[in-house]
Write a protein that binds this ligand. Structure first.
Ligand code: SF4
Length: 461
């Protein structure tokens, strides 16, 4: 979701006549979009921003800004942590970042032009720009803004882009006791179906073949704004509308929640063939007692029932999940309930996190915090179990023929191409990047590691 928000900001700069650069020393504005889900991510963002302050020495006009969740939750306090910071912009204000940065840059340029010593000495504005005085021109905007969910809608399409993320809503009305999202992202706000469809149509015209619909609780999209029609939730109505878009071959969504995962969504997998055979479905814990402490209002049995219904609706469905180990008060018995559930459901992959305290969340204040050593042991045990399941499942695909969408060069080996199966498994193969990126291909799977498949394109003679 942060990636998608960053893309929207980047697009506004491109439209405003700026060029994107990956080289921080060349940039006139350095913006860091921040995540607050784990403390480590915040520390990393602060460290990186601190290091990048050195560019001010040579280029005094450079604008520094934090956007996103950490900006939202910490606000002004960030100016104390990073003295060279100019801008702190919250999660409902991404669409304002360009205007703020552009204003600051113009003001700094004008100030230099008004300085007669610059003209007399024959400097360019940039060479002559000196650093702003500490505190000068600082701006913080973390307020709420009605309809801000409708502003994440444009893309930076660089060359052939086979896949794209589409943000369909912002915020979350749940109150999981470990999560800071409801504070940083605000309440649930869905975009109207026609707006989302229009964005997907534009992507399809530019060559995108697969879209992933994004929301904090994606299946609850629009529940407070849009009506059910013929018993179908707004989310299923949206899936049906996106399914109609010509040129889009695959649809994914992330992440659904057991609350509101109803039969209309299960059934959609039986009549919408563009829906990929994969869901990323966060379980968090296999213990009802821990789910309750997490303030996740469902029992593990409900989660299992949904998974089983989904597998019945789509026989080749892959399920991946998120799990937290070492949540406060988690006993060995609770942890074993999670292990049992992982073994029973045979997830294709799990993202396993050791619980870490997040400031201003109820779980951070709970009694019964688990020692790091125990969290680490449980983490390692579960990783091992999940690794074995994933390796076995991927090995079973050797010798099969899979349909993949080619997404371009592999991230780890630019000489080879990468694509994904409908189950979202990565396949590496050889071929011509220009010709094959964005194409749906058949690949014979020849080898596998735990999480990656290797194959050969099927050529028809
Ligand atoms: S459902 Fe829970 S974990 Fe997910 S964003 Fe909402 S509060 Fe956070």
């Amino acid at each position: 979701m942060n990636e998608r928000d960053s893309e929207q900001v980047a697009r506004m700069f491109v439209e405003g006549g700026y060029t994107l650069t990956r080289e921080e020393q060349d940039a006139d504005a350095i913006l860091v979009n921040t995540c607050s889900v784990r403390d480590q991510a915040e520390q990393k963002a602060l460290g990186k921003m601190g290091m990048m302050g050195k560019h001010r020495e040579k280029r005094g006009h450079v604008v520094y800004g934090f956007m996103g969740c950490m900006a939202q939750s910490r606000g002004e306090e960030l100016f104390d942590r990073v003295p060279h910071l100019d801008l702190v912009v919250g999660t409902q204000k991404y669409h304002r970042v360009f205007g703020y940065v552009d204003d600051i840059l113009r003001r700094r340029q004008e100030e230099r032009m008004d300085d007669p010593s610059m003209a007399l000495e024959g400097h360019t504005v940039e060479e002559g720009a000196s650093s702003p005085a500490p505190g000068e021109g600082r701006l913080v905007d973390t307020g709420l803004e009605k309809d801000s969910q409708n502003t994440i809608r444009d893309h930076v399409v660089a060359g052939k882009q086979a896949t794209a993320f589409v943000s369909i809503m912002q915020g979350c009305n749940m109150r999981c006791s470990f999560c800071i999202v409801p504070d940083t992202r605000g309440r649930e706000r869905g975009r109207p179906i026609p707006d989302v469809v229009e964005e997907v149509e534009r992507l399809a015209q530019q060559g995108t073949r697969e879209v992933t619909l994004l929301g904090q609780i994606v299946n609850l999209y629009g529940r407070t704004e849009f009506a059910k029609v013929n018993g179908k939730s707004p989310f299923v109505q949206l899936l049906e509308a996106v399914h109609e878009v010509e040129g889009i071959e695959r649809i994914r969504f992330t992440s659904p929640h057991p609350i509101g995962y109803r039969d209309d969504l299960v059934e959609a997998f039986t009549y919408l063939p563009k829906l990929c055979s994969h869901i990323h479905f966060p379980m968090q814990s296999g213990s009802d007692r821990i789910l309750k402490a997490m303030r996740r209002p469902y029992r593990n049995e409900k989660f299992i029932t949904i998974c089983e219904k989904m597998k019945a609706a789509r026989a080749d469905l892959a399920i991946t999940t998120d799990i937290i180990v070492g949540f406060p008060t988690e006993t060995e018995e609770d942890f074993q309930a999670t292990v049992d559930c992982v073994k029973r459901l045979q997830f294709d992959n799990s993202f396993i996190f050791r619980y870490s305290k997040r400031k201003d969340t109820p779980a951070a204040e709970m009694e019964g915090q688990i020692p790091e050593r125990v969290k680490e042991e449980r983490n390692q045990e579960l990783l091992k179990i999940q690794g074995e399941i994933a390796t076995r499942k991927n090995a079973a695909l050797i010798g099969t023929r899979q349909e993949i969408l080619c997404t371009g060069p592999s991230k780890t080996n630019k000489e080879r191409l990468s694509g994904r199966t409908t189950q979202n498994k990565i396949v590496i193969f050889d071929g011509d990047e220009t010709r094959l990126t964005g194409e749906i291909l058949e690949v014979d799977i020849e080898d596998s590691t735990g999480f990656t498949l290797f194959g050969k394109i099927v050529t028809r003679g």
